[in-house]
Design a protein around this ligand. Structure first.
Ligand code: GTP
Length: 669
């Protein structure tokens, strides 16, 4: 019976939405020299990709709605989504088949360096099936929980998904989460069991898991090896046969949903659009439903997977559109574009992402404020799940408080700022959004509400003014071989978690459900889980509201001066352990200086932990006496360069990466 009834352990995902992303025009091309190949000369595509030939336009009128299929590839991290996408691009002739095609759709430098997908990415494939030409819009999505907003947005552009499961690892936590995202969006699900070439592959066991957990008959599973290409063609046939075409109409007035955007320095905003109705072409006058501003369309096209201009885009198709939007604020993700004088009911758009972690971001040098502002604006256009509020601090100057979906998301955003915009920033300790119910009438008047959300630990209200504090909680799913269950339960207990459910998904795999305080998992829970299960356990979570908690604000001081980056809110029972650990880690990360440094953790005026960094006696330069001027100059130069990477807290010089090291080191000792 399809769709299956929801199992009792499932609590629904709240996220809704869709999408994909344009080939980032300003970014370096992937190292492998790939070429574009036409699926037949008749499509008007050039065989080899070059900027001149790219300008040859594709005729998209050849793809009526009934010949279009829009689908996403979803899976747990590393189960092979991007590798499968490579094979599908090759099979359809979208890219040449070469040994160098490795995760071709992972175009960002950060994706290639980390080997993970962080942005959903579209490619339009042309495929001949039983004498008919089809347009298959494929969206490769990220697998990590921190990027699930990309998945949920992608799904609203699709009528179906390929749910890829590793034949060796079986169903994992993100497989479950992603399946239910697709299920709730009422999409057709094609289960694909990948990596059947592996020595330990057990596709039959995985088939049974799929049947048990998702209620999908095992004969619907397609078994493949994306790496070697075994049986991949049958996926294309299944996409055509099992996924319905979009419900869109060419004759209706234009209704185009902006589902993603990038900013190009020369061309302005490049909007990724999905046409729910109508037709759009160069020269059309279009209006943004959000701003009511009108624009003239300069270029439309499809992602193939690079930009390929087209004469027109038609209902049901997915592509890009450039219309002279020069300001990043003009392109709103979720906006509806329509033809001037033919207004339409705007599409529902997307629910905004709910940040799980907040951190302050400041320029290393205040003179860089405007450049950093512009970089953040452009990057958030491409990553709409990041929220930005202006913020300022006495010690760090003017900056912002940014909301992320998790710590990996924060790291990736920071890395993208550095790599794509050459921006260098100071990040403060990430915090989860706590709440306080105020009792002080003066404060209630000031905030104009009784319950406030605290996203900046420096603004944590004193206990005397609060009737209760609340902390965010999540419902976590852990899937593990049963031999690790005991250790995992102990870890969860240490993280103040409450067990909600435990089911066997096959003879030796267990699925555990826990209610966990978000602050207990945000930094290193996943790492601890991985290390105590030898890498076998997987974890995913969803928002589950708030619970009362005894919270305190903890300061870290260097020679009596508060380190703004390290102010943190902690549970009362954990304050001492956390304070001690931070002091110890900071001691390890601080270089010795010419005087002694006292590192202290304090709650209010009470010191709860202390470490000392002894003074460094020798002066390196003192040795360079007399004629050794060159060496002295070199040392001075090196010192000056080093200082650029330092931040001063009082008289103490702190290397910029010291705080990151403090925050990232594992705490489950
Ligand atoms: P994320 O985007 O980070 O979630 O990963 P992904 O799901 O896109 O997985 P990816 O395609 O990056 O593959 C992960 C690893 O599995 C890579 O090392 C691939 O080479 C390998 N892999 C993918 N498919 C197969 C397969 O069929 N057989 C084998 N043996 N390895 C595979």
């Amino acid at each position: 019976m399809w769709p299956p009834a929801r199992p009792s352990w499932w609590r629904g995902h709240a996220l809704v939405a869709w999408v994909t992303r344009a080939a980032s025009p300003g970014l370096p091309r992937p190292p492998h020299g790939r070429t574009l190949r036409a699926a037949g000369e008749s499509w008007g595509l050039s065989r080899h990709y070059s900027s001149a030939e790219r300008k040859e336009k594709v005729d998209m009128s050849r793809f009526p709605v009934e010949n279009i299929r829009n689908f996403s590839i979803i899976a747990h991290v590393d189960h092979g989504k991007s590798t499968l996408a490579d094979r599908l691009l090759e099979l359809t002739g979208t890219i040449d088949k070469t040994k160098n095609n490795k995760q071709v759709l992972d175009k960002l430098q950060v994706e290639r360096e980390r080997g993970i997908t962080v942005k959903a990415q579209t490619a339009s494939l042309f495929y001949n099936h039983e004498g008919k030409q089809y347009l298959l819009n494929l969206i490769d999505t990220p697998g990590h929980v921190d990027f699930s907003y990309e998945v949920s947005r992608s799904l609203s552009a699709c009528q179906g998904v390929l749910l890829v499961v590793d034949a060796n690892e079986g169903i994992q936590a993100q497989t479950v989460a992603n399946f239910f995202l697709a299920f709730e969006a009422q999409l057709s699900v094609i289960p694909v069991i990948n990596k059947i070439d592996l020595k330990n592959a057990d596709p039959e066991r995985v088939e049974k898991q799929i049947e048990k957990v998702f209620d999908i008959p095992s004969d619907e599973c397609i078994k493949i090896s994306a790496k070697i290409g075994t049986n991949v063609e049958s996926i294309l046939q299944a996409v055509i046969e099992r996924i319905p075409p979009p419900n869109a109409h060419r004759k209706n007035p234009l209704r185009a949903l902006v589902f993603d955007s990038t900013f190009d320095q020369y061309r302005g905003v490049v909007a990724n659009v999905a046409l729910f109705d109508g037709v759009v072409s160069k020269g059309d006058k279009i209006v943004s439903a959000h701003t009511q501003k009108a624009y003239e369309v300069n270029e439309v096209g499809v992602l193939n997977p690079n930009e390929q201009p087209a004469h027109k885009l038609y209902a049901g198709q997915v592509g890009y559109l450039i219309a002279g939007m020069k300001d990043v604020t003009e392109a709103q993700i979720g906006d509806t574009l329509y033809l001037h004088k033919q207004p339409v009911e705007p599409l529902p758009g997307f629910k905004s992402a709910k940040p799980m972690v907040f951190a302050g971001m400041y320029p290393v040098d205040q003179s860089e404020y405007n450049n950093l502002k512009s970089a953040i604006e452009k990057l958030t256009l491409n990553d709409s799940s990041v929220t930005v509020h202006r913020d300022s601090s006495l010690a760090l100057g003017a900056g912002w408080r940014l909301g992320f979906l998790g710590l990996l998301h924060m790291e990736v955003f920071n890395q993208r700022l550095e790599q794509e915009y050459n921006a260098s920033v100071i990040l403060t300790t990430p915090t989860v959004p706590y709440k306080a119910v105020l009792s002080s009438s003066k404060l209630i008047k000031e905030y104009r509400e009784k319950e406030i959300t605290i996203i900046n630990p420096a603004e944590f209200p004193d206990k005397s003014k609060v009737s209760e504090y609340l902390e965010p909680v999540v419902l976590g799913t852990i899937i593990t071989p049963d031999e690790y269950t005991g250790k995992i339960m102990m870890l969860c207990q240490a993280r103040r978690a409450v067990q909600k459910n435990m089911v066997f998904i096959d003879q030796n795999r267990v699925m555990l459900k826990y209610l966990l305080p978000l602050n207990e998992i945000v930094v290193d829970f996943y790492d601890s889980l991985k290390s105590l299960s030898s890498g076998y356990a997987s974890f995913d979570y969803e928002d589950a509201g708030y619970q009362t908690a005894e919270l305190v604000k903890m300061d870290i001081l260097l020679n009596g001066n508060i380190v703004e980056e390290l102010i943190t809110i902690v549970h009362k029972d954990k304050a001492h352990t956390i304070g001690k650990t931070i002091c110890e880690r900071l001691k390890d990360s601080l270089p010795r200086q010419l005087f002694e440094i006292a590192i202290q953790a304090a709650i209010g005026s009470k010191i709860i932990a202390r470490e000392t960094v002894k003074a460094y006696r020798k002066n390196v330069l003192a040795k360079c006496y007399g004629g050794d001027i060159t060496r002295k100059m070199k040392l001075l130069k090196r010192q000056a360069e080093g200082k650029k990477k330092l931040r001063k807290v009082g008289n103490v010089e702190v290397p910029k990466d010291a705080f990151i090291k403090v925050l990232k080191a594992p705490s489950d000792k």
